[in-house]
Write a protein that binds this ligand. Structure first.
Ligand code: NAG
Ligand code: NAG
Ligand code: NAG
Length: 489
């Protein structure tokens, strides 16, 4: 049993992203100096407001909200990931994409992807997107506003040259390809537990190559649905009509799989919120204290605030990663409640022990994470302990062991987010949650008519898949892929 998110250390979906503008030079001249790499999160990037002017995305009608059917599971003892189904193209075909609030670009694998598997996670039939098969597909050229906004200046962009991307995730996996624009079909909320098909044009990546990880049959999907907060994300594009609130919510069902995933104004349940940390690329929030049972860990705000960056809320990460200065006292305190356990380390990474799964909630303390604005998040032993190779293992991970760029960051993934309704409100720049039954329904308000409708849970597929995989590598491969793409297009 293995997964991208569990074994290669950081196991994060968080993104280190850069976009390559296609230079029109021949392959022989394709050197470092003409590959213009733009780190999106260096803070000095170009304004993305050009996106707003993008005509094609203006005609969306998602005032009433959107209901995205969800599948998958956050339990790391299966492969922990959640995915949604979307329709793309004319005629429309279905694609299964991982829901990732830790990244901003949406992509699906394209016809050019030779190593992409035909079957993936849960045995899902995978579909390669072919722009030539879709009447509504258009290539995005590098001088289009989207490409300029996401990638920077214009030099090196020839007439009609493609807009390339490389999306590298925190665990080292990546997707590379070029941007296309096409019609996306989604379920618009039209009544209580009712939807009508609606569509809108969005720009997304056509993945021509990917790392072995993303292509491993046990957790391969058609792509990733980037629900990050930047203007390039599907959410921002869908919301840029200006007529809908830039809000969405997920409720990841940790017990039954699937859950609720909706875009729009959630009016029920009501949640308390905490402000998003300003000027951070992800959904970062400030943690103020950590409680184990009834005791507070003795932590300084420096440690808790993580160099003022805060803790990242990320649905695309399975577990939860904490800086060493939090991880060590937390795990020590948890284990102090059961001093007789014989600890074992599995896969050099997981602290495990023998314990009856059904008794974990009596045997271990609840963990309460406290955030600014008096918001708290309770994590139960059955959430943070998972069953693995006949043992129970601790889901909290030490990010202090990660590589330099990810060292000591806090990432709160499905381990803590499951079985909670998590509300992302980009209008108010806040995020909040409440304990919730993710098999039930929530209420969304139609911004035009004022009417309120129920949106229910989905479970696209269930089961678990257990095979092993090897870690992927990145770097030179990336360059080779660019050359490969260059020769293909
Ligand atoms: C993103 O778009 C919003 C409105 O569409 C705009 O207010 C904001 O400045 C844009 N952000 C960037 C970084 O361009
Ligand atoms: C998109 O929706 C419009 C309006 O509902 C409809 O007329 C059109 O046929 C749809 N386009 C596609 C490609 O489904
Ligand atoms: C959660 O909601 C579902 C659907 O309404 C219901 O069948 C189930 O009993 C609820 N579970 C709990 C624990 O309340």
């Amino acid at each position: 049993m293995d997964s991208r998110r569990r074994h290669s250390l950081p196991l994060l979906s968080l993104l280190i992203n850069f976009v390559l503008l296609n230079p029109t030079y021949g392959i022989g001249e394709f050197g470092y100096e003409v590959i213009r790499v733009n780190y999106k999160f260096d803070g000095s990037g170009p304004t993305l407001s050009a996106l707003r002017a993008h005509d094609a995305v203006r005609h969306l009608s998602i005032f009433a909200g959107v209901d995205l059917p969800l599948g998958g599971t956050g339990r790391p003892d299966a492969v922990g990931l959640y995915y949604a189904k979307i329709g793309i193209g004319t005629p429309s075909k279905d694609y299964y994409v991982q829901v990732d609030t830790g990244s901003d670009i949406t992509w699906v694998n394209c016809i050019q992807c030779r190593q992409c598997p035909k079957k993936g996670y849960h045995g899902i039939e995978l579909t390669l997107y072919n722009p030539k098969d879709s009447l509504t597909a258009n290539l995005v050229s590098c001088n289009q506003p989207f490409c300029k906004a996401i990638g920077g200046g214009l030099s090196g962009c020839g007439a009609n040259a493609s807009c390339f991307y490389t999306e590298v995730y925190g665990d080292g996996s990546y997707s590379m390809g070029y941007f296309v624009e096409d019609v996306v079909q989604y379920d618009r909320v039209s009544g209580d537990l009712q939807t009508k098909s609606a569509n809108g044009t969005v720009i997304f990546g056509c993945g021509a190559g990917q790392s072995g990880d993303l292509g491993s049959p046990d957790d391969a999907l058609d792509g990733i649905l980037g629900f990050g907060k930047s203007n390039s994300s599907m959410l921002s594009q869908l919301a840029s009509s200006g007529k809908v609130k830039k809000m969405f919510a997920h409720c990841l069902d940790g017990d039954n799989g699937g859950g609720i995933f909706a875009i729009g104004h959630v009016v029920q349940p009501q949640v308390n919120t905490t402000p998003l940390v300003r000027d951070q690329p992800h959904y970062n929030v400030n943690m103020t204290a950590i409680q184990v049972g009834s005791d507070y860990l003795n932590l300084t705000t420096d440690v808790l605030f993580g160099d003022k960056k805060g803790a990242i809320i990320d649905s695309g990460t399975t577990l939860a990663y904490l800086p060493e200065a939090i991880y060590v006292p937390l795990v020590k305190k948890i284990l102090s409640t059961q001093p007789d356990l014989k600890l074992q380390t599995l896969h050099d990474q997981y602290t495990c022990f023998e314990f009856s799964e059904s008794r974990v909630d009596e045997g271990f303390p609840n963990i309460t994470l406290h955030f600014e604005n008096s918001l708290s998040l309770m994590v139960y032993p059955h959430d943070y302990l998972f069953h693995f190779e006949d043992l129970m293992c601790i889901g909290w991970q030490n990010s202090g062991m990660g590589s330099q760029d990810k060292k000591n960051i806090t990432v709160l993934g499905d381990l803590v987010l499951s079985n909670k309704l998590v509300l992302y409100d980009l209008e108010k720049q806040s995020i909040g949650w409440t304990e919730y039954n993710c098999s039930s329904s929530i209420q969304l308000k139609d911004e035009i008519t004022g009417s309120v409708h129920l949106v229910g849970a989905h479970s696209l597929s269930r089961g678990c898949i257990t095979t092993s995989r090897t870690a992927a590598f990145f770097s030179l491969v990336a360059l080779l892929f660019i050359l490969f793409l260059q020769s293909m297009l």
